[in-house]
Ligand binder design. Structure first.
Ligand code: NAD
Length: 257
């Protein structure tokens, strides 16, 4: 059924850095279901890693996009519009904070570290929706990636947790704004996955171990599981779901103790 719902749909996938990226897990599931994909990359180093991955799923394009740069975002959507006459959805899988703000005490966060984390990790969702608005049509769907550190305190996650809270609230406001146009906006709050970005969070291995020991399913989630859940939200099977933050975390979020 998921195959039928996604066959031929066109999705812009941001945030693939390598084969361990959550965005790559999502792209693989979308590709298996027959969706058409276009990717973005931030900088030449990432382009080198993403090019073979994009080729392996016969992507329609690979375009640069640093979300800190409005001109690059405008150029991206111009490029998307040159290839496709519409867009069925966007995957937002982007986050960044200074390394020193992902360790120690949150109280030490600098003004520019706070602003940077929010600009790249939260505002960029709104800016990408803004940029893609003219291409998206009734039935389009946007999915962002969040983490439980945006709801509860996770040691070391610090400013990124505050940025994720902003991202999740942005999802709700965007869902309210874009709903009347038939565009849905949701987030997946994923359990921890060993990716490039995750390596920046101090004590990340402890987080993985803790989930394995305590989560209801007693294991961590796979890229494939996150990919399938995101694909569901991107598809018409989730046509009644918007403004939602869906946890794909082995049930870890239900624990109170
Ligand atoms: P990743 O390192 O594979 O991906 C992060 C991506 O963000 C990279 O592709 C990087 O190029 C991109 N990025 C950073 N700054 C950017 C900028 N200025 N412009 C454009 N792109 C930029 O790591 P990931 O864990 O797959 O992260 C993807 C998303 O999933 C992030 O939002 C992250 O917070 C979220 N997430 C991760 C975990 C986890 O444990 N790994 C858990 C829950 C949510």
């Amino acid at each position: 059924m998921l195959n039928q719902a996604l066959e031929g749909k066109r999705f812009l996938v941001t945030g693939v850095a390598n084969q361990r990226s959550i965005a790559w897990g999502i792209a693989q599931c979308l590709a298996k279901c027959g969706a058409r994909l276009g990717f973005t990359y931030q900088g030449a180093r990432i382009k080198e890693m993403v090019t073979p991955l994009a080729e392996s799923v016969s992507a329609d394009f690979l375009l640069p996009c640093d979300v800190a740069d409005d001109d690059q975002i405008d150029a991206l959507f111009e490029g998307v519009g040159n290839t496709w006459d519409g867009l069925d959805g966007i995957v937002h899988a982007i986050a960044f904070a200074k390394r020193e703000d992902l360790a120690g005490e949150f109280v030490s966060t600098s003004r520019d570290g706070f602003a940077l984390a929010h600009d790249i990790s939260a505002y960029s969702l709104t800016r990408l929706c803004q940029g893609g608005l003219d291409l998206m049509r009734e039935g389009s769907s946007v999915v962002a990636l969040s983490y439980i550190g945006g709801e509860r305190v996770v040691p070391g996650y610090n400013v990124m947790g505050v940025a994720k809270a902003s991202l999740e609230m942005s999802v709700r406001y965007l869902a309210a704004d874009l709903g009347p146009r038939g565009i849905r906006v949701n987030a997946i709050s994923a359990g921890p996955v060993k990716t490039l970005a995750a390596r920046g969070v101090s004590g990340f291995t402890k987080i993985l171990d803790h989930v394995e020991e305590r989560a209801p399913l007693r294991r961590n989630v796979s890229l494939e599981e996150i990919g399938c859940s995101a694909s569901f939200l991107l598809s018409s099977l989730a046509s009644g779901v918007t403004g939602e933050v869906m946890h794909v975390d082995s049930g870890f979020h239900v624990l109170g103790f």
